[in-house]
Design a protein around this ligand. Structure first.
Ligand code: NAD
Length: 290
């Protein structure tokens, strides 16, 4: 039996439409500032898509494209100016940053109320103690996709593969809030395949092309593949694959996200939802939930 393919593109589009409608209905025009330093090709693509979808949602987009050799102090000054600009409700500094810039310092400089990536320690702390906060976008998107299959995650055995601050840890926090039973596996986990094979819900975020094989998946499990890995293809070309060996995994999983077209589109949709949330809070209005 072949798995249900979870259509992240369609679900993300529904969220973007709702974000646009809710902003209009509330009479709010959210502003999102995106700052990129250097010429990293993948980052350039992400930022272009973010700006395009921000404008399509009727938000104001502020774009800062800085050269690779921008001094750290100059970047911090721009972040501070954006903190002070009342038209800007969300600030996103695209990672990775060049080696001479400390990403933690940059993240700590963003006003937590405008930290739409949800990476500031204040927001990470609020997530850990279960307070409403700006939550990281990719983890939020992953949970929405999981809930499209299991509206109630209570009691499910969830295994999160990966423990990064950007994906693995926040995904695990969100799953705990959903009352799932959560295991976090990582590069030092023993018998990784067996740990994964106990999961009703497996969320893979390791950045290792097609690491998760068919026998790692419990028959009927839901698999959310966060990984984005570029690998060589025929005729000198490249293609994107996830952390899960999709073709064989879909033979055993109950539901699975494809790469591309799964978690990827959800990240920008959740970024727009976070920006609307920040704008609502700035206006003293309750924010819609997604
Ligand atoms: P990271 O490198 O910061 O963390 C990877 C984690 O995987 C680490 O915790 C490490 O312990 C674990 N790991 C590495 N190798 C392993 C192995 N062989 N076995 C078990 N665990 C292992 O990466 P990240 O930032 O969390 O990103 C993970 C993946 O998700 C990447 O492919 C990245 O491109 C992708 N990603 C996608 C989106 C999106 O929008 N869809 C957003 C962020 C990250």
């Amino acid at each position: 039996m072949s798995a249900q393919i979870i259509d992240g593109k369609a679900i993300a589009e529904q969220i973007r439409i709702r974000v646009t409608q809710e902003a209009k209905a509330l009479g709010i025009t959210p502003g999102l500032a995106v700052v990129i330093v250097g010429e990293n090709p993948a980052s350039q693509v992400y930022v272009r898509n973010k700006v395009k979808q921000t404008e399509e949602a009727g938000f104001i987009s502020f774009e800062h494209r800085l050269p690779e050799d921008t001094p750290e102090a100059e970047l911090l000054k721009i972040v501070e100016q954006l903190n002070d600009n009342s038209e800007v409700h969300g600030i996103l500094v695209q990672l990775p940053l060049p080696d001479h810039i400390d990403p933690d310092l940059v993240i700590r400089t963003i006003d937590p109320a405008k930290d739409v990536d949800g990476f500031h320690p204040i927001n990470a702390g609020k997530l850990a103690v279960g307070q409403d906060s700006l939550m990281p976008c990719t983890p939020q998107g992953s949970i929405i996709l999981a809930k499209s299959v299991h509206p109630d995650l209570t009691g499910l055995n969830a295994v999160v593969l990966g423990r990064s601050n950007i994906v693995g840890k926040p995904v695990a926090q969100l799953l705990i809030q959903e009352s799932a039973t959560v295991t976090i596996a990582h590069s030092k986990t023993r018998d990784l395949d067996e740990v994964c094979a106990r999961a009703d819900l497996l969320i893979a975020a390791v950045g290792r092309a097609e690491l998760v094989k068919k026998h790692w998946i419990k028959p009927g499990a839901t698999v959310i593949d966060v990984g984005i890995n570029r690998v060589s293809a025929e005729a000198g070309k490249t293609r994107l694959v996830g952390d899960v060996a999709f073709e064989e995994a879909k033979e055993v999983a109950g539901a699975i996200t494809p790469v591309p077209g799964g978690v990827g589109p959800m990240t920008i949709a959740c970024l727009l939802a976070n920006t609307l949330k920040a704008a609502c809070w700035a206006a003293g209005k309750p924010a819609p939930r997604f």
